[in-house]
Design a protein around this ligand. Structure first.
Ligand SMILES: [Mn+2]
Length: 326
């Protein structure tokens, strides 16, 4: 398997020549962003390298259970020395400078290598080495491939991080890119010490009760259109005030709209300070990104997003209902 990915091999070769390595990932980091970063971090430590993980925005609370998460720092001007002393900056799970604010400002004057390891399409051209594999279910899978080439011992900390990346980006191993390579990697990570039930529990069974109350309100107001093909859920600022929740708490709510029998497109609309934002999810070849594009947004075929300055949720809903073609 190690030979199936020449880019993994050449990045592994590059990494083995460096000592000081800065690892970074996208703002508002998710499980794959932090999992990939920490997976690489723990492996490089095992190799007696000096890795540092710097992120644009603080690690979310629900990922703080990951071993090493407490050593991740939010980037600031104070990190100039750490960055300029590094032999390389490895950017995982992101390929646009706009998504790594705070880090991107240093890149123009950085003399070391910049390596991008990512699975998102349309990369921006800013790295010396840019490995994009849009077929990879998670950036964590790409990091795993690199580690196989490095022949480094994957320990429990590293395995837990990579498992978390794979689990979260595949929707707990059910999204379309979940293939045999993912499960083969997972099997190996379990042998290396990752404990699935502990990780699932830490991530999925620790909802704040306020979030559940917000979900209850949102579910009550959810409506279907076009003979049950389109389902729209709205979360207003008022609902968040009532339940003492924040916009972050709506993460994952959109799945409830798509989980209904017969629904082909699910939409979550959340009120923002300057209007509303929408998350679109769809099944099969129904194009979520086509509707998102009508509002200046975009994304993948089955998962997209958009923002509007419309202050009336009802008006936004109406426009989406009109745009949807059954
Ligand atoms: Mn990812």
């Amino acid at each position: 398997m190690a030979h199936a990915h020449p880019q993994a091999e050449s990045i592994a070769e590059q990494l083995s020549t460096y000592t000081n390595i800065v690892i970074t990932t996208h703002m508002n980091s998710d499980g794959d962003a932090i999992g990939s970063s920490l997976g690489l971090y723990h492996a490089l430590r095992k190799m007696k390298k000096k890795p540092t993980v710097l992120v644009p925005t603080p690690v979310p609370d629900n990922l703080m259970f990951l071993p090493g998460a407490d050593r991740i720092e939010t980037v600031s001007a104070d990190h100039a020395e750490t960055i300029f002393d590094a032999d390389a900056i490895v950017v995982v799970d992101v390929n646009h400078k706009a998504r790594i604010p705070g880090i991107s400002e240093f890149l123009d004057d950085f003399h070391g290598d910049v390596i991008v390891v990512d699975h998102h399409p349309n990369p921006e051209d800013f790295a010396h080495t840019c490995w994009i594999d849009t077929d990879a279910a998670a950036a964590a899978l790409m990091v795993y491939r690199i580690l196989l080439c490095l022949d480094v011992q994957i320990d429990k900390k590293c395995a837990t991080a990579l498992y978390t990346g794979l689990m979260t980006d595949t929707g707990a191993f059910r999204f379309p890119k979940t293939n045999s390579e993912v499960h083969t990697a997972v099997a190996h990570l379990l042998d290396c010490g990752a404990v699935p039930h502990e990780i699932h529990e830490a991530l999925y069974d620790r909802n704040p009760i306020e979030r559940v109350y917000l979900l209850a309100l949102a579910l009550q107001g959810m409506e279907v259109y076009h003979n049950g093909e389109l389902c729209i859920m709205v979360v207003s600022q008022d609902m968040m005030n009532k339940t003492e929740t924040l916009r972050d708490h709506t993460e994952g709510f959109v799945q409830y709209t798509l989980g209904i029998d017969g629904v082909k497109m699910g939409v979550l609309i959340v009120e923002t300070p300057d209007g509303h934002k929408a998350s679109f999810r769809s099944k099969g070849d129904v194009a979520a990104n086509a509707i998102a594009a009508e509002f200046g947004g975009g994304g993948h075929l089955n998962a997209a997003g958009a923002r509007t300055t419309l202050t009336s949720a009802a008006e936004f809903v109406q426009k989406i209902v009109e745009l949807y073609t059954p």
